[in-house]
Design a protein around this ligand. Sequence first.
Ligand code: ACO
Ligand code: ZN
Length: 474
Amino acid sequence: MKVEMEDVDDSTLCDSVSSLVEGCRLPVHMKGTSDWPLAEIVSIKDLDGLKVYYVHYVDFNKRLDEWVTEQSLDTRKVHFPRKDAAPGTGVSTPKKVQIGSGISNSGQVSRPASPVSTNSELLNGNAVLAAALQKKINRSVILNRKRKGPSLEGEDSQDGPPSQQSAATGGPRQSGSMVSHHDDIVTRMKNIEMIEIGPHRVRPWYFAPYPQEMVHLACIYICEFCLKYRKSRKCLERHLIKCNLRHPPGNEIYRKDNISFFEIDGRKNKVYAQNLCLLAKLFLDHKTLYYDTDPFLFYVMTVFDHRGFHIVGYFSKEKESTEDYNVACILTLPPYQRKGYGKLLIEFSYELSKFEGKTGSPEKPLSDLGLLSYRSYWAQTILEILLSAKPIGENEKAQITINEICELTSIKKEDVISTLQNLNLINYYKGQYIITLSKEIIQQHYKAMETRQIRIDSKALHWTPKDWGKRAKW
Ligand code: ACO
Ligand code: ZN
């Protein structure tokens, strides 16, 4: 009988952890839960005679990856890596959404956190909610794309991102296609333990190419106004005496109540823009813009108090986009997540597109949380328009075209159509497409809008779009 290699079960009873190697897959106890999902060993290291394992939970987002000890490994059924496969290359499943952001407002680390309020509910809720959210995402496979920015020479490595020397490895940086297997493993692992920014302590989610001397410290200290980073609190204190910024650089183009937006040119404020990208990379898995910030504008959202304008989040935007992207990267810093600021950033990005008289769309691929936020924003914005549409005559139904929805919202046509389809609103009736809004949908919408308290007020935006195409160089 001929046996295909693919059909052979490569799981082996492994009585000793000593035979475990990078690339092995086995059930691992996920911290803070009672679950033992399948995980892949990304790296193994010896810590004062104790072996520790960096694991990636195969069906979960990388931000849940963690170091575990032997006790967390179930070695009864280990899948050893196939000889022809590099570790990590077999992972192609859609990722589940991590519930919660990993940090509480008080600055205490709470990972993985849960939208439910009590700790006891946190245990199993995590996996259950992750599965539910995965359904919500509708099996969208989020593809990882790697884009390497061109190098930056002559930067002050203390105050900006590391230059040609690879921050990850300490060795020379390699081109995108030539990234060695070792570099690949390094960039798959979180390298910063903790950051302190303003009053917040935040545990990062992903790798970021901070310089080698910043990596593996217990904490790095970031100035919340200029975003420069320091090795210790003492060093940051010394910096703060000299640093007189109390808001991001650039122009304040929006102010309403305590919310402001600053527009920063990636060419004019390069070090700030690069430090912002570095900070953002700690929470963004799939975007790799750290060096060449010239072609981008950065819109930083702040909340104001007596101490200054504190960064809450930002989005970047290409000065010129051939693909009609109106957002490149978007981030709400974890202490501020799940409070509606993400939608406010998105709303602002579309407000800019309205001022430009264009439709726009976020750059792809979207992350899991990005997709959730955009889907929710698109659904609410389109439903608002549909519900405000007035019938032309008596006993007539309201009529609106897809193009009109695009014009009113600046949402790109394909996103409008996919949203209407996702909401299951489009029906084909007597030879034409009609949109039917059920009572249930309308009720759900009004309820959701009650919780969306902060909104963008276009009257508070003082901005004229620039035609970057006309300029020879940014
Ligand atoms: N679990 C489940 N749902 C979540 C979570 C979560 N952890 N976080 C946000 N959501 C949902 C919210 O419930 C809300 O939907 P709803 O109103 O229908 O309930 C929606 O997402 C938006 O919530 P906000 O509070 O407005 O958004 P937030 O301030 O949390 O910011 C963002 C969203 C920017 C995506 C944030 O999660 C983030 O910064 N993530 C890390 C970086 C990232 O992934 N950015 C997007 C990459 S794609 C791109 O850059 C184009
Ligand atoms: Zn500073």
